[in-house]
Design a protein around this ligand. Structure first.
Ligand code: GLN
Ligand code: ZN
Length: 784
């Protein structure tokens, strides 16, 4: 059994000998790999820039891994994961393990090294990167495997075994983590040319032999427990897909003999059918469940749990930064213990800690009280252990009581609760919050005021952020320059951007967002209820990390946030100047959100704050206001049954922000690239006057989706060129694009704009690109 060979199972770093406790069973699903100060990011980027060697990179990586293993060993974690490190992405690691390298990367067999690996991740001089997409509803992005009928799977990366051995040499016994074969296939996409005809699951028979090899090698190296992550089990799977799990694990069973195998699920509850499949899998000794987002699984377990199997209970939240409510978790665990038996329960995290910040210890500037409410990955490891110990009858009273105090202070703290906000948000329920006039009539009223030409041109908001600009902001923040100097610099920058747009002859101008570091942080810093960390980074993709603000309390807007800059900008031109705001859903989805009230309540509060801003902008004479909802699609729950609920409150929140404006005020919204197919009705239901969307990656598909939107009558601005690339699109190319759009969309609703904000580009790229865009429009106008 799992707990039997504990003496051989546990050994410790020579540094920290420790007595063992037979009852304690704690487990961590996975751990952030960037390091507490983003050490991996800097090592990767320096390696990619040719500034350091492969050995340098490997050294940073192995130091990070050993620090993590030591930390978990010191925290007395029984089941410590290995192979949760990745140089870029764990799905790409699996692609490498299976040798499923798309032919264009020219791999000739042999162990996959950095060159092939990073070419797949980032592209190289001659071949673009593989596609990247969101990992479930997190902000993490994985590299999508491209599989066709001709892939020859071979065991081509021994990383899992190498990491296991590396830990063993440090004296740490680990649980190798593999992405399970079925989830791997379900998260893949068919290779080019076979998109419509190919069934990914038909490859199951071909990848299982490689999995068997890996398992047997791990076993040979001494592993006694292997974790297979099969998170797709929380999705809507059909019988055929569920059947694939049964087949896969029956096939693998022979290689599992003498091993314990756990199947880990996360991000939601496991639906009843999937639960039945999962708990009937051959050769599997335990199951991991997310009890933070998947509380419904509790009911299934209460109704039936297979005898003799292990339950890995994910009670510590891997996706947020709040300290666990230990007393509440202990209750849940005790209840579970009553069902599965004392020796079969393992305390765990809800998912990999990859999705939370790394170490609270580095937050020296955070307010003390707020800090006491938080736990990052390093602290969550301690929480898991403390819960396991408590279950084993060794409750750390001091730890529990400090935790109870923090929970109590969070519940009663006046900085959390704002009665007026609570009341206003509660008052929103049941009402639709829709502008009284329909969109066509509004557009008519707006046109009378704005008098725009056909195919109006605009941009999405930001203009290039120069080194100089970043310096000004930084120095202002550090009190190194006065407010006066700061305002003067920003005004100059706005003036430059306004003049440039006038020279280019753009119709609806923007101020360029020079005062903003980040579209969420900028607003969060001015709203109450938000806190910011110094090092609370979370990996987004590859070396990229984000530092989400923490929403800890009721949200309100003490004073106007953008009115000064927008009206300053408007005063510089007679053309319409767009006010530029981030929408409530995007602010919510790109923050760590409080867990003591439903997400929608927090979203409504943010919506009310943005509503005040919208109305103040209108009063200040801003006639066009863009409310960005770049991350609306991101919050879509993994399961279809929950889509409507989310979309309803999300879209409602957006409408709350602008339902109070006059017909003549034009509301724009912008959305970054995502799969719009299934949410087009919700986008229409946002009831914006003009929608700009990123489009460069999927012309036809997107346009066919928006054909639907034509019926609705709003203005639509599908981006006419890709801003992610330094390439300058030609006039002809842009004209061609617009013509393709005109074939589908009516002339009078089409807007012309780039794909997204220009802040990451250089002026040397932006000027000619926008010039070509405006020239293309000029040419087309003469032809219409
Ligand atoms: N207004 C923002 C900008 O231009 C929008 C960015 C985004 O959608 N990600 O930068
Ligand atoms: Zn965008």
């Amino acid at each position: 059994s799992l707990h039997q060979n504990k003496t051989s199972h546990r050994s410790y770093l020579a540094l920290s000998p420790r007595s063992e406790n037979s009852e304690m069973a704690s487990h961590i699903v996975g751990y952030p790999r960037m390091g507490p100060k983003r050490e991996l990011k800097f090592a990767l980027e320096s390696f990619w820039d040719g500034k350091s060697s492969a050995e340098d990179l490997q050294k940073v990586a192995s130091d990070l891994r050993s620090a993590i293993w030591k930390q978990m060993t010191d925290a007395d974690i029984k089941y410590i994961p290995s192979n949760t490190f990745a140089y870029y992405d764990q799905v790409l690691d699996t692609t490498a393990m299976l040798g499923a390298v798309p032919p264009r990367y020219g791999w000739n067999g042999g162990e996959i090294g950095f060159d092939v690996y990073f070419s797949m991740a980032r592209g190289n001089a001659s071949v673009p990167a593989m596609e990247m997409t969101k990992w479930f509803d997190t902000n993490y992005h994985y590299i999508v495997p491209e599989l066709g009928p001709d892939v020859k799977f071979t065991y081509a990366s021994h990383k899992a075994v190498n990491e296991y051995n590396e830990a063993k040499q440090l004296g740490v016994e680990t649980v190798p983590v593999l992405i399970g074969p079925v989830s791997y296939l379900l998260l893949s996409k068919p290779a080019k040319g076979v998109e419509k005809t190919f069934s990914l699951l038909s490859l199951l028979d071909k990848i299982l032999p490689v999995y068997k090899e890996v398992v047997s090698e791990l076993k040979g190296a001494g592993a006694s427990l292997i974790q297979f992550d099969e998170p797709t089990l929380v999705m809507d799977l059909d019988t055929h897909q569920l059947q694939a799990f049964t087949e896969a694990y029956s096939e693998l069973e022979s290689s599992f003999s003498g091993l314990n195998v756990i199947i880990e699920t996360y991000f939601a509850d496991v639906p009843a059918e999937a639960y039945k499949t999962l708990t009937s899998l051959k050769g599997v000794t335990g199951y991991g469940f997310d009890f933070v987002r998947g509380t419904k699984t509790l009911d299934l377990i209460k109704a039936e749990f297979p005898k003799g199997k292990y339950l890995f209970a994910g009670v510590v939240d891997g996706r947020n930064i709040w300290a666990n409510d230990l007393a509440a978790s202990l209750c849940t665990l005790e209840e579970l213990e009553g069902i599965v038996g004392k020796d079969k329960l393992v305390v765990s995290t809800s998912c990999s800690l990859l999705h939370t910040a790394v170490d609270l210890a580095n937050e020296s500037k955070l307010d003390k009280e707020i800090k006491s409410w938080l736990a990052f990955a390093a602290q969550k490891v301690l929480e898991v252990n403390v819960l396991a110990k408590a279950l084993a009858g060794q409750k750390d009273e001091a730890f529990f009581s400090a935790n109870a105090d923090a929970q109590a202070s969070r519940r009663s703290s006046p900085r959390v609760t704002n009665q007026a906000v609570q009341k206003a948000a509660a008052g929103l329920k049941g009402s639709d919050h829709r502008r009284a006039t329909n969109v066509s009539a509004r557009l008519d009223a707006q046109q009378k005021k704005l008098n725009l030409p056909i195919l109006p041109t605009t941009t999405i908001g930001s203009f290039p952020q120069t080194v100089e600009l970043r310096r000004v902001r930084r120095e202002y923040k550090a009190n190194k320059i006065s407010e006066e100097e700061y305002i003067k610099s920003i005004k100059e920058e706005i003036n430059k951007v306004v003049k440039l747009q006038e020279e280019l002859n753009i119709d609806v101008l923007v101020h360029g967002e020079p005062e903003r570091n980040d579209m969420v942080e900028y607003f969060g810093e001015q709203l109450s209820g938000f806190a910011f960390t110094a090092n609370g980074w979370v990996q987004s993709y590859g070396s990229r990390c984000v530092k989400p603000p923490i929403i800890y309390g009721d949200v309100s807007r003490p004073k106007p946030m953008t009115v000064f800059w927008s009206s300053t900008a408007q005063s510089m031109t007679s053309r319409p100047m767009k006010g530029m705001l981030t929408g409530p859903v995007t602010i919510l989805n790109w923050s760590f959100v409080r867990n003591d009230q439903p997400r929608f309540e927090t979203c409504y509060q943010i919506a009310l704050a943005i509503k005040d801003e919208v109305e103040d902008l209108e009063k200040a004479g801003i006639n066009v206001i863009q409310i960005d909802e770049a991350a609306l699609r991101e919050g879509l729950p993994p399961r279809k049954s929950e889509h409507d609920f989310y979309l309803n409150w999300a879209v409602h929140s957006f409408r709350i922000t602008n339902c109070g404006v006059q017909d003549t005020t034009q509301i724009h919204t912008h959305m970054c690239y995502s799969n719009f197919n299934d949410i087009i009705h919700s986008i229409i239901d946002m009831d914006a006057d003009v929608i700009t969307i990123e489009n460069s990656r999927s012309d036809e598909k997107l346009l066919s989706v928006f054909r639907e939107g034509v019926k609705y009558g709003a203005g639509i601005g599908p981006g006419v060129y890709d801003i992610h690339s330094p390439r300058i699109p030609s006039l002809e190319e842009i004209a061609d694009r617009i013509n393709k759009m005109l074939a589908v969309l009516e002339t009078n609703i089409l807007w012309v704009n780039p794909d997204c904000g220009l802040k990451t580009r250089k002026y040397a790229e932006v000027k000619p690109a926008l010039q070509n865009m405006v020239e293309a429009v000029k040419l087309l106008r003469t032809q219409l």
